[in-house]
Design a protein around this ligand. Sequence first.
Ligand code: HEC
Length: 122
Amino acid sequence: MVAVIAVVLSSAESVAQEKSEGKKLYLTYCSGCHGESGKGNGPAATALPAKPANHTDGAVMNQLSDKYLFDIITKGGASVNKSPVMPAWGNLKEKQVREIIGYLRTLASPTKYRVPETKIGP
Ligand code: HEC
């Protein structure tokens, strides 16, 4: 019983940690265009030729697979037939991208929170 509680607590802790890492990364790399709360209204948004996606729209975001998100983040919008204004973040490590995806999942409403567990990189 104690062991079970310990396992539950430690996995909850690692999820929380992953979420806050994801948030930090998101605020560093994404919020300038997508906005701090993910609504697509970052400070740079109005100057862009394409409107940054609204990550709070669960009807759209929950349809997007982890693989799709991984590809658009690491290879950019053009790689998935979206606007090239969405940059490629090829410098991020797979773990960091997973953390960002986990954080994106928390922004969507309704929320589909889940940190991708399996390897989704190339
Ligand atoms: C320079 C501005 C800019 C930055 C920085 C940026 N994006 Fe984007 N992003 C865009 C634009 C513009 C689009 C819309 C492309 C389109 O609709 O064709 C987009 C689209 C997306 C989409 C596609 C959603 C869909 O419906 O297919 C996702 C997911 C996304 N961005 C995630 C991110 C993440 C995660 C980061 C940070 C690692 C990030 N973006 C950083 C501008 C940006």
